[in-house]
Design a binder for this molecule. Sequence first.
Ligand code: F6R
Length: 615
Amino acid sequence: MCGIVGYSGPQNPKDVIMGGLKSLEYRGYDSAGVAILHKGEFKRVRAEGKLSILQEKLINEPFDGHLGIGHTRWATHGAPVERNAHPHTVKGVSIVHNGIIENYLELREELARDAKARGQVIRFESETDTELVAHLIAYQLEITKGLLESVLKILPRLNGAFSILVVSKDHPDEMIAFKNGPPLIIGQAKGAVVVASDVQAILPHTNKVVYIDDFEIAHVKGESFRIYNSKGEPIVKPVVEIDWSADRVEKEGYPHFMLKEIFEQPRAVARALAPHIDVAKQTVSLSGTGITDAQWARVERVLIVACGTSNYAGMVGKYLIEIMARVPVETDIASEFRYRQPVMGADTLAIVISQSGETADTLAVLRQLKTLGVPSLSVCNVKNSTIDREADGHLYMNSGTEIGVASTKAFTSTIALMNVLALQIAKAKGRLSPEDEARYVNALLAAPAQMETVLACDKFFAAAADVLKNYKGFLYMGRGVSYPLALEGALKLKELAYMHAEGYAAGEMKHGPLALIDKRMAVVMLAPSDNLYEKTLSNLEEAKARGGVIIALGTVGNERLRGISQSYLTLPRAEWNVNPLLEAVPLQLLAYHVASALGHDVDQPRNLAKSVTVE
Ligand code: F6R
C-alpha cells in the first residue's frame, strides 16, 4: 500500500523518483506527488489519479536541486483527491508516508491544545493522518533545530504501521527515513542514495541495499547515510547484495501485464518446481529450505495461513498434504487467525504464503507463531521481503515480478510448491512409495506443457466476453482440490470485473445458493475427471435444471459434460494433483476478458493495491 521513493544525488531527482514510482505503482494508484528541491525550497507537485497524470504535470517543471521525495497513494484516510495526496508540507517540512498512524486523532488534539497554549492555531489542509506527522516534525524542528533529533522525539509517540520519508527546506542536503511495519530499503549508489518501499525502485541504481528495521532511522546527508536506533545511537547494519537485476517491467507486446503474466505461467510453474525436482530420479527434495529432515519427519500437523489468492493456493495445499501425507492441515486467513487465540504447538509446521512477503496480517501471524514456538516456512515470491527474512525456512515461487495487481502466476507457482511440500512431508513420514512419488513427479513435470495448451481458452473468452459481461452474476463450483479454485475464480471476477461472483463447494449448492440460479446467472463448473466427477456432475444437473447457464471445465473427451453445458472447455488429462494448475488458467482468462470487455483497468483494479501493508 502506497509506494515511497527518496533520492539524494547528482541525477535529476525528478527522473529518479518518477522512475522509482513507476515500479511502485502496483502499491497504490489513486494519486501521486513529489517534493523536490528547487531554488532552496521543496517544490511540491501533486495530482489526483494515476501516475501518468502527475508525469504530465511534471513535464515542464524545472528542479535545480538534488534531493527529493515522491509518493504513489492507496488512500486510507481521506478521499483520493489532490489535497490528500502526498507529500504533505508544513512550514517547509515535507513528508511522504505509507501506512496508518492509529493515534493521529489523539495526537492532533494534543498538538492543537499545545498550539493554543502558545497562542497559535494549527491548520490542517487535508483529511490525512500523514499531515499530522509533518506538523509534529515541524513543531519539533522549531525546538531542536535538527532533523534527526526531531524525528527521534516524535517516533515514540506514533502508533500504527508506517514508513516515512522527511525532508526540510532548512536542511536542504538531508533526508530522514524511518519505519514501523511496512518495508523501507535504502541503497548506496555511486555518489547517491535511493530509499524506497521496494527494492525494485532501487535496483536500477545499485544492488547494495540495507533493510531498515522497525524503529530504526536512516539519516541521509548528501551522498551517504547512517542508520540509528530509536535512542539515536549509530548502528551498523549488514549490506545485502541483491543477486537479481531489476526485472523487466514491460508488457512485451501484450495489452496488459495481467495477460502477459497469465501466459508466463507455464514457465513460472516450471521455475517454481525446478530447484526441488530431480528429473532423472523422478524424486522431490526440499533440502536447503532451512527445515531439516528431522523437522520434516516430526511434523504432526500443518497450519497454512495467508490472505486472498494466496489463501486459496494454501487451501489447495490442504487437500494435497492431507491426501498425500495423511497429516492434518488447518488453513486460515491471516486476519482471522491472528485474533482467534489459536492453540498451537511445536509439532505443527506453519506455512505462511505471501507473494509480496509484506502483507501486514500474514506478517503479524508469522510473528505471533514465533512467540508460540511454532516453526515456520515462508512461501514468497519477493526474496528478502520481511516475511521471507523472518521465517525459519524459505521457499520461493520464482515467478518473476508480478505487476498485475490481481495475482496469477504467483498463484499457480504456489500450487506447484504445495505439491512439492505435500510430497516432501509424505516422504519424510514414510508414506510415499517410490512408484507414487515418480507418478506425481511426472505429472508435475508435464504440467507446464499442459498449461500451455489450456492457454488456447484465451480465444474463447475473448469472443465470449461480450455476452458474459451481461450476466447478473457468476457462481463458481467445484469439489475437492477444485473447490479452492472455484473461490479463486470468483475472486478474480469480482476484483477485475466488479461483478457479483461467488465460489462454492458444489455439494453445498442445495443448502442455499441454488436459489440464486436463473437464466441470468452463469454457472462455472469445475468438473475434471477425478474421483468426485460423478458427484460434481449431479450438482451440475441441478444447476442446469434451474435454468443456469453452464460453462463447464472438464477433462478432454468427456462428452457427457459437453452435452449438459452451454460452453464446454477442455482440460488435458492429468493426475488429480495437477488439475488445479490447469483450471486456474481459464478462470483467469474469463475474468480478464470480461473485465476488459467492460472497459476496466485490469492491471490496476479500482480500490486495490498489490502489497497490503496495513491491516
Ligand atoms: C488477488 C490478490 C490478493 C492477494 C492478497 C495477499 O488477486 O492478489 O488477494 O493474494 O492480497 O497478497 P500476498 O500474497 O502478497 O500476501
